[in-house]
Design a protein around this ligand. Structure first.
Ligand code: ZN
Length: 127
Protein backbone atom coordinates (compact mmCIF):
# COMPACT_ATOMS: atom_id res chain seq x y z
CA UNK A 1 0.00 0.00 0.00
CA UNK A 2 1.38 3.39 -0.92
CA UNK A 3 2.25 6.08 1.57
CA UNK A 4 -0.04 8.53 -0.19
CA UNK A 5 -2.93 6.12 0.16
CA UNK A 6 -2.23 5.67 3.86
CA UNK A 7 -2.01 9.39 4.55
CA UNK A 8 -5.22 10.02 2.62
CA UNK A 9 -7.00 7.35 4.63
CA UNK A 10 -5.65 8.79 7.84
CA UNK A 11 -6.63 12.31 6.94
CA UNK A 12 -10.19 11.33 6.12
CA UNK A 13 -10.59 8.74 8.85
CA UNK A 14 -14.09 9.99 9.66
CA UNK A 15 -15.23 8.78 6.23
CA UNK A 16 -14.13 5.21 6.93
CA UNK A 17 -17.63 4.50 8.23
CA UNK A 18 -18.52 4.10 4.55
CA UNK A 19 -16.50 0.87 4.45
CA UNK A 20 -15.57 -0.51 1.02
CA UNK A 21 -17.04 2.59 -0.60
CA UNK A 22 -14.41 4.61 1.17
CA UNK A 23 -11.63 2.37 -0.18
CA UNK A 24 -12.97 2.66 -3.71
CA UNK A 25 -13.28 6.42 -3.28
CA UNK A 26 -9.64 6.65 -2.13
CA UNK A 27 -8.58 4.56 -5.14
CA UNK A 28 -10.56 6.77 -7.50
CA UNK A 29 -9.08 9.95 -6.03
CA UNK A 30 -5.51 8.61 -6.22
CA UNK A 31 -5.95 7.25 -9.73
CA UNK A 32 -7.01 10.68 -10.99
CA UNK A 33 -10.43 9.27 -11.88
CA UNK A 34 -12.21 12.34 -10.52
CA UNK A 35 -12.38 14.89 -13.31
CA UNK A 36 -13.76 18.35 -13.51
CA UNK A 37 -14.27 20.09 -16.82
CA UNK A 38 -14.29 23.83 -16.21
CA UNK A 39 -15.80 26.04 -18.89
CA UNK A 40 -14.57 29.58 -19.28
CA UNK A 41 -15.40 32.37 -18.97
CA UNK A 42 -18.69 31.24 -17.39
CA UNK A 43 -17.03 29.00 -14.79
CA UNK A 44 -19.60 26.23 -15.31
CA UNK A 45 -18.30 22.82 -14.35
CA UNK A 46 -19.08 19.23 -15.29
CA UNK A 47 -17.84 16.61 -12.83
CA UNK A 48 -17.27 13.01 -13.86
CA UNK A 49 -15.73 9.99 -12.19
CA UNK A 50 -14.28 7.29 -14.37
CA UNK A 51 -15.68 4.10 -12.92
CA UNK A 52 -15.39 0.42 -13.57
CA UNK A 53 -17.88 0.54 -16.44
CA UNK A 54 -17.21 4.02 -17.76
CA UNK A 55 -17.91 7.62 -16.85
CA UNK A 56 -20.47 8.63 -14.27
CA UNK A 57 -21.85 12.13 -14.26
CA UNK A 58 -21.98 13.89 -10.89
CA UNK A 59 -23.60 16.95 -9.49
CA UNK A 60 -21.97 17.18 -6.06
CA UNK A 61 -24.06 20.24 -5.10
CA UNK A 62 -27.38 18.38 -5.34
CA UNK A 63 -26.00 15.69 -4.72
CA UNK A 64 -26.57 13.50 -7.74
CA UNK A 65 -24.70 10.69 -9.48
CA UNK A 66 -25.66 8.79 -12.62
CA UNK A 67 -24.64 5.37 -11.27
CA UNK A 68 -27.15 2.63 -10.54
CA UNK A 69 -26.08 2.46 -6.90
CA UNK A 70 -27.13 6.07 -6.45
CA UNK A 71 -30.38 5.52 -8.31
CA UNK A 72 -31.45 2.41 -6.42
CA UNK A 73 -29.96 2.88 -2.97
CA UNK A 74 -29.09 6.50 -2.30
CA UNK A 75 -32.15 8.11 -3.91
CA UNK A 76 -34.24 5.43 -2.18
CA UNK A 77 -32.82 6.49 1.18
CA UNK A 78 -31.15 3.18 1.96
CA UNK A 79 -27.58 4.46 1.65
CA UNK A 80 -26.03 7.80 2.36
CA UNK A 81 -23.84 8.17 -0.70
CA UNK A 82 -22.17 6.30 -3.58
CA UNK A 83 -18.44 5.90 -3.94
CA UNK A 84 -18.28 8.37 -6.86
CA UNK A 85 -19.65 11.21 -4.73
CA UNK A 86 -17.40 10.15 -1.89
CA UNK A 87 -14.46 10.07 -4.32
CA UNK A 88 -15.26 13.58 -5.45
CA UNK A 89 -15.45 14.79 -1.87
CA UNK A 90 -12.11 13.18 -1.05
CA UNK A 91 -10.43 14.37 -4.21
CA UNK A 92 -11.61 17.93 -3.83
CA UNK A 93 -10.53 18.13 -0.20
CA UNK A 94 -7.17 16.54 -1.03
CA UNK A 95 -6.56 18.62 -4.16
CA UNK A 96 -6.72 15.53 -6.36
CA UNK A 97 -9.40 16.61 -8.81
CA UNK A 98 -8.13 16.48 -12.38
CA UNK A 99 -9.28 19.86 -13.70
CA UNK A 100 -9.34 20.48 -17.43
CA UNK A 101 -10.33 23.85 -18.83
CA UNK A 102 -12.46 24.35 -21.89
CA UNK A 103 -14.08 27.32 -23.54
CA UNK A 104 -17.80 27.89 -23.15
CA UNK A 105 -18.33 27.12 -26.84
CA UNK A 106 -17.31 23.52 -26.15
CA UNK A 107 -19.86 23.04 -23.36
CA UNK A 108 -22.68 21.59 -25.47
CA UNK A 109 -20.48 19.11 -27.30
CA UNK A 110 -18.73 18.06 -24.11
CA UNK A 111 -21.97 17.54 -22.23
CA UNK A 112 -23.60 15.53 -24.99
CA UNK A 113 -20.51 13.31 -25.35
CA UNK A 114 -20.50 12.74 -21.58
CA UNK A 115 -24.21 11.97 -21.47
CA UNK A 116 -23.75 9.55 -24.36
CA UNK A 117 -21.03 7.73 -22.37
CA UNK A 118 -23.24 7.62 -19.29
CA UNK A 119 -26.12 6.10 -21.24
CA UNK A 120 -23.77 3.59 -22.79
CA UNK A 121 -22.74 2.54 -19.26
CA UNK A 122 -26.37 2.25 -18.21
CA UNK A 123 -27.19 0.19 -21.26
CA UNK A 124 -24.28 -2.16 -20.65
CA UNK A 125 -24.90 -2.51 -16.91
CA UNK A 126 -28.57 -3.34 -17.42
CA UNK A 127 -27.59 -6.22 -19.63
ZN1 ZN B 1 -22.18 7.05 -8.16
Amino acid sequence: MSEERESLKERFAELQKHGTKFDRAVDAALAGAVKEARFLPSGRTVVTVVGRLGDELLDPAKPYCSCSNFFFRVAGGREETCYHLLGYKLASLAGKVDVVEFSDEEYGAYLSATVRDVFEVLRRSSG
